[in-house]
Design a protein around this ligand. Structure first.
Ligand SMILES: Cc1cc2nc3c(=O)[nH]c(=O)nc-3n(C[C@H](O)[C@H](O)[C@H](O)COP(=O)(O)O)c2cc1C
Length: 249
């Protein structure tokens, strides 16, 4: 069974690409994470987790959910991490989670995709998006064959930089950068409630018809990226910048 989390659609596209290749069931974790639903899941096929990369590891909300849920049936687990450039040394932590869950770690695919982290960087120019998605799709299909043949995905070579990024930098990233304090809405807001609906943590509520952010943010970029009038900004960083949502999702 393929389980995916996505902020802006890249990981959903990859999850569905794997599902069509393996003819396997695919489940969006959005409602499960949002509703703190850890009810038991069972699959005869290997578990395949597809997620974005946040600070060179899987998002904490995904690892927290995996830690709490009960996964019955097949004992093999594969990961596909979509990223803007690199997953660093995420594998170390994925192996640990797998061991804790008494699952057999079968490797992690690094799938480079368009950049969505608008609060930090420029998103990928729109004329480069289609080409990147095509390459990502081809790589995903190639690696899905390992799953089909019950083989492990070959590990990538790790550098000291990868280890530091996934270790100390990830640990600092969450307390220092991951908060909603800098989100605000401009006069372009039409009170459609889209930001409230796409937040995986129920962290946004419309008050007086305008979004208000709470303290539980994971920086998935869904609210700012799906706003139909580009009314949401993050400090000065995002003003005038192009938003990204996967066009294949
Ligand atoms: C909070 C945050 C942190 C990110 N950190 C990384 C990173 O460490 N390495 C990387 O290559 N891309 C990073 N990215 C880019 C995303 O992983 C990438 O664009 C991903 O495909 C988005 O997936 P989604 O559309 O399914 O949410 C980050 C994005 C966000 C929002």
């Amino acid at each position: 069974m393929i389980l995916y989390f996505t902020g802006t659609g890249n990981s959903a596209f990859i999850a569905n690409t794997i599902a069509s290749h393996l003819n396997d069931e695919v489940m969006n974790l959005f409602d499960k994470i949002r509703d703190h639903d850890y009810s038991e899941l069972s699959s005869e096929q290997p578990w395949i987790i597809v997620t974005p990369t946040y600070a060179w590891r899987i998002p904490h909300i995904v690892s927290d959910w995996i830690n709490k849920v009960s996964l019955k049936g097949n004992r093999n687990i594969y990961f596909f991490m979509t990223c803007g450039g690199s997953i660093g040394y995420a594998e170390k932590y994925l192996e640990e989670i797998s061991q804790q869950k008494k699952l057999i770690y079968k490797g992690c695919a690094e799938i480079v995709m368009p950049e969505n982290y608008i609060a930090m960087f420029e998103t990928t120019p729109s004329n480069e998006v289609d080409g990147m998605l095509q390459i990502a799709k081809e790589k995903t299909l190639e690696i899905s064959t390992y799953v089909k043949e019950n083989k492990s995905i070959p590990q990538k070579t790790m550098t000291l930089k990868d280890k530091l990024n996934s270790g100390i930098v990830n640990n600092l990233f969450y307390p220092l950068f991951v908060h909603a304090k800098k989100f605000y809405v401009t006069d372009q807001c039409i009170s459609c409630g889209q930001c409230e609906r796409v937040c995986p943590l129920k962290n946004i509520q419309l008050k007086d018809r305008k979004p208000v952010w709470g303290h539980d943010c994971t920086h998935c970029m869904a609210c700012i990226s799906y706003c139909p009038t580009k009314a949401i900004e993050y400090g000065k960083k995002t003003v005038g910048k192009q938003r990204y949502v996967c066009p294949k999702y």
